[in-house]
Design a protein around this ligand. Structure first.
Ligand SMILES: [Zn+2]
Length: 469
């Protein structure tokens, strides 16, 4: 039996017993098939040594999920395009796209299980990692950086970067694009915040005292810019304050700098503090770790504390890529995903008790079950997360989408793998030199389903298939 056939057989058995993640969960007496341990099922999809660019070797493997539909998104009306992160508001979703057509795609999600591409926005030629929308879908902000900064990260020796014939990057389009989406079928450029010369990597957005604020991380410059959005006389962003860890926590920064080499302001989230309700800005700052700020006065963020001691990180040190903070049984818990970049070990995630921001306690270090070396760029790495009802929905590159239960203190200290889906491989649209599928980057709840961006394979719409246990 060849490998693909073996995987298919395991897949079929897995579908029969989808969701049985408890090892003592036995099939009904009248069922003649033996039970399959879902962890074996997952392992079958992650088996090392296969040709990751051969999509036939990647059938769908799932437990507690099913793929509802897949959408190949096109960048110019005729050509598939790699996709990165996304945002959504009721009825609309916005998906960041990469070269050859950097910008974003607009989806009509009025039927969440059957989204339809209705519009596109071209950002010119930069690297576009993130988009964020106002809650009413009226404005979209696009984080852009010089693409040349990434060609060396994602390219392989000998790979043609940039692709011959494509326009060369130009300087004027790097920064934060303000896009008018009042007509979502025809998004239009409304303004540019140039800001830092290295551009902006990730954005987050919130309303404070009736004003809309946009926060942007300057990946390579290491700071977070806090900007107020104003629409008169023309749409623009006003600098309000800047957070740089060195200003707020010299000791933590010095300690980090002594043992790290990636001081990136990577990603951040702003949301009401789960215990006290103030606008909490949580920054995932690469090797510097986590920083927490009270944004009640956006012009003077109040530093609350930080954490930078993540064991088992992808470089032997921590690299905080994404963070979310939730309440767990009256305590404040941060879930932190790292990112492996091009390295030889898979990336962990950390669960940290931050009930006292200035006295964080590591509760757990999580890694993908099994040993899976990273033999391709990023292959097995945690990435973006969403937390819904105490469950962490985690994008994990070639390992797909995994769900961890951290709904109680006990489970936060020992997260339970509750469900997963490794979407089936499909013909890829390469992202720089990366051509394996799936390559899962982001997950977002939309209606009763989840939208999953597979960078090289398109948008996957997946649904939970049974009640959580
Ligand atoms: Zn593979």
């Amino acid at each position: 039996m060849n490998t693909a056939r073996q995987l298919l057989t395991i897949l079929i058995l897995g579908v029969l017993f989808a969701g049985c993640l408890s090892p003592d969960n036995t099939p009904p007496d009248d069922d003649p098939e033996p039970a399959v341990d879902p962890l074996d099922l997952l392992e079958s999809a992650l088996a090392d040594g296969h040709d990751h660019s051969e999509v036939a070797l990647h059938p769908e493997v799932a437990s507690g999920f099913e793929e509802v539909t897949r959408l190949s998104l096109d960048g110019d009306g005729a050509q598939r395009v790699p996709i990165l992160e996304m945002d959504a508001t009721p009825g609309l979703a916005f998906v960041a796209t990469q070269r050859p057509h950097p910008g974003f795609i607009v989806l009509d999600t009025s039927s969440p299980r059957d989204p339809e591409q209705i519009g596109r926005y071209s950002a010119g030629t930069p690297y576009v990692a993130d988009v964020k929308t106002t809650p009413d879908g009226r404005w979209v902000f696009v984080a852009t950086q010089p693409e040349t900064l990434f060609a060396t990260v994602f390219g392989k020796p000998g790979a043609p970067t940039p692709t011959p014939g494509e326009p060369a990057p130009y300087a004027g389009d790097v920064g934060i694009h303000i896009v008018d989406t009042s007509d979502p079928t025809a998004p239009s450029f409304a303004g540019l915040y140039a800001g830092d010369a290295t551009g902006y990597h990730m954005l987050t957005l919130t309303e404070i005292s009736g004003a809309t604020y946009v926060m942007g991380t300057t990946l390579f410059a290491g700071h977070v810019d806090i900007l107020r959005f104003e629409t008169t006389p023309t749409p623009h962003l006003v600098p309000v304050s800047t957070f740089h860890p060195a200003v707020h926590d010299a000791a933590l920064t010095a300690e980090s700098a002594g043992r790290s080499y990636i001081p990136e302001a990577h990603d951040m989230t702003v949301a009401p503090d789960p215990l006290e309700g103030f606008p909490l800005l949580s920054v995932a700052h690469g090797s510097f770790g986590l920083f927490f700020l009270d944004l009640s006065d956006p012009s003077a963020p109040r530093y609350l504390g930080g954490w930078n001691d993540g064991p088992g990180g992808p470089y032997g040190i921590m690299f905080a890529h994404t963070v979310r903070v939730v309440e767990v049984e009256g305590t404040r818990v941060a879930f932190v995903a790292s990112e492996a970049l091009s390295h030889d070990r898979q990336a962990p995630a950390w669960v940290v008790d931050v009930t006292e921001f200035n006295a964080p306690k590591l509760l757990h270090t999580w890694t993908l079950p099994g040993e899976h070396p990273i033999t391709e760029h990023y292959l097995y790495s945690t990435h973006n997360i969403e937390i819904v009802d105490g469950r962490v929905y985690m994008a994990h590159y070639h390992a797909g989408l995994l769900v961890l239960d951290i709904s109680t203190r006990e489970r936060a200290a020992a997260p339970v793998l509750e469900a997963f889906i490794v979407p089936g491989g499909v013909e890829t649209v390469p992202f720089f030199a990366i051509d394996y599928s799936p390559m899962v980057f982001d997950v977002f709840p939309v209606g009763d389903v989840f939208y999953v961006t597979d960078v090289t394979g398109g948008l996957r719409v997946v649904a939970r298939t049974e009640a959580v246990g």
